[in-house]
Design a protein around this ligand. Structure first.
Ligand SMILES: Cc1cc2nc3c(=O)[nH]c(=O)nc-3n(C[C@H](O)[C@H](O)[C@H](O)COP(=O)(O)OP(=O)(O)OC[C@H]3O[C@@H](n4cnc5c(N)ncnc54)[C@H](O)[C@@H]3O)c2cc1C
Length: 431
């Protein structure tokens, strides 16, 4: 392999966490030699997928690492770069009053929404800006291994000398992160997982989205929350993942376009239950992967879809549930799914918590339990095992930092960016 130049700081991942570090470092020390790497042709996380940006604590901020005052301080810097246009919210008091009566929380959030199309434009702009400030960017280059003793990063193209290494590979890079933790004997703990369904329904059944784009409901009793709401030009998508044994499974997700697409009048959002395994300790990731495989088996190689009307009657959905023009009168936006029975695949405790939360939500905003509403399963959010940090700046060893959604320091774009700033402050010794 060819040994190339050395850098003050090499950053793996061009998501918000990596960018947060790069922008902060170059603002504080303009001449710093920085390299940003990404295995893909462009950043692949939330910046590129719908790009909803939340500026209210604790959305996206794991409580064990962040306090409100800190997050509020970081938001100021995050806004400098992301320049959000905060969306107005209307009639929220009515929904909040109804929610409170049921012990449900509706969190009021400062929120901006770019959509998948404008998110891509933002990524391009940020990449140009960071290059103008002097950073080198290498796309389609995959980080493979770290030699901490020699301070060498091995990629699929070369060996790179670093002084400081930032590892910010996002959720999709959790296996890479694990391999680095194993090879460098960095201690870690098993992380929680989120398991749930994605709901799709006509906008008239969930009109709150006209008042509040991505309403965040929390159902504390059931440990369930609504997540990632998309509307108007909204689509459900399936993402392919591979288990550690190399077997493929799918998780659904959702996104929306802000323009350039005809409105389809649909809303989709996830209802997720957080699961943290304790005693006897088992790997949350292994558990989530088994659920993913089970769903793929029962769905004949696809995610499962079921109409609420069928589910309530305790029967599976069949292809007729999707050709009936009377009650079941809209088509799923994701076609490659199999009509079936979610309750055959999802553990009872998770299903009960989600169904109970859906009933509460339908009491707050009557409509989502309309028989035509479609439930997609599974939606799985996996996070890497959480490293043991040796300081508050997410340092894991010598001059190596692990940040962002992959390392569990964030669960959203703005918190990932804040994690990047905090690691940069660690490098600079400034807080
Ligand atoms: C489909 C989808 C939609 C989402 N929508 C939203 C949203 O609307 N709002 C929100 O707040 N959050 C959203 N999220 C969550 C959001 O993506 C994350 O919170 C955020 O992007 C995390 O930032 P990050 O920098 O940690 O990781 P990422 O943004 O995932 O970036 C990590 C980057 O590292 C690269 N990488 C991984 N492994 C390697 C390697 N070995 N070598 C080189 N490069 C590597 C990846 O290609 C990727 O570009 C969404 C996530 C997904 C998957």
């Amino acid at each position: 392999m060819i040994q190339t130049t050395d850098y003050d700081c090499v950053i793996i991942g061009t998501g918000p966490a990596g960018l947060g570090t790069a922008f902060h470092l170059l603002k504080a020390r303009p001449g710093m030699k920085i390299l940003l790497l990404d295995k893909e042709p462009a950043s692949t996380g939330g910046l590129r997928n719908d790009c909803k940006m939340n500026f209210t604590y604790p959305i996206g901020f794991p409580l064990e690492y962040w306090k409100k005052e800190e997050a509020d301080e970081y938001f100021k810097e995050v806004k400098e770069y992301l320049k959000p246009e905060i969306m107005p919210k209307m009639n929220i008091r009515t929904y909040m009053n109804r929610a409170e009566k049921l012990g449900v929380q509706l969190i009021k959030i400062e929120q901006a929404h770019l959509g998948t199309d404008k998110g891509r434009i933002l990524i391009k702009k940020l990449m140009e800006e960071i290059k103008e400030k002097g950073a080198e960017v290498s796309l389609k280059e995959k980080a493979l291994r770290v030699n901490a003793g020699g301070k060498i990063l091995e990629t699929d193209k070369r060996e790179i000398l670093y002084h400081t290494l930032i590892i910010a590979p996002g959720r999709s890079g959790f296996r890479f992160l694990q391999s680095v933790m194993d090879s460098l004997t960095i201690q870690y703990m098993d992380n929680m997982i989120d398991i749930g369904i994605r709901i799709e329904t006509p906008l008239k059944n969930y009109p709150i989205v006209e008042d509040y784009y991505d309403p965040k409901f929390i159902f504390p009793e059931n440990n369930v929350r609504t997540f990632c709401t998309n509307s108007k030009r909204a689509y459900v998508v399936k993402e392919k993942y591979t288990t550690k044994y190399g077997k493929p499974y799918y998780s659904v997700n959702g996104h929306a376009f802000s323009e350039n697409k005809k409105e389809n009048g649909l809303v989709n959002f996830a209802m997720l239950k957080t699961v943290r395994l304790t005693k006897p300790l088992a790997s949350g990731q292994d558990f989530a992967e088994i659920l993913g495989l089970q769903a793929v088996l029962l769905g004949g190689g696809n995610p499962i879809i079921q109409r609420v009307g069928d589910f309530r009657l305790g029967k599976r959905s069949s292809s007729e549930s999707f050709t009936d023009n009377d009650l079941y009168n809209f088509e799923p936006s994701l076609k490659s799914c199999s009509p079936g029975d979610i309750s055959l695949s999802m553990p009872a405790r998770i299903l009960r918590a989600i169904w109970r939360s859906m009933k509460m939500l339908d009491t707050i905003i009557p409509g989502i339990l309309h028989p035509s509403t479609i439930m997609y399963y599974p939606e799985i959010k996996l996070y890497a095992n959480k490293p043991s940090f040796i300081d508050d700046n997410f340092r894991v060893k010598d001059t190596i930092y692990m940040i962002g959604d992959g390392a569990g320091t964030s669960r959203g774009i703005t918190a990932a960016w804040a994690s990047g700033i905090r690691a940069a402050k660690g490098i600079l010794g400034s807080g």
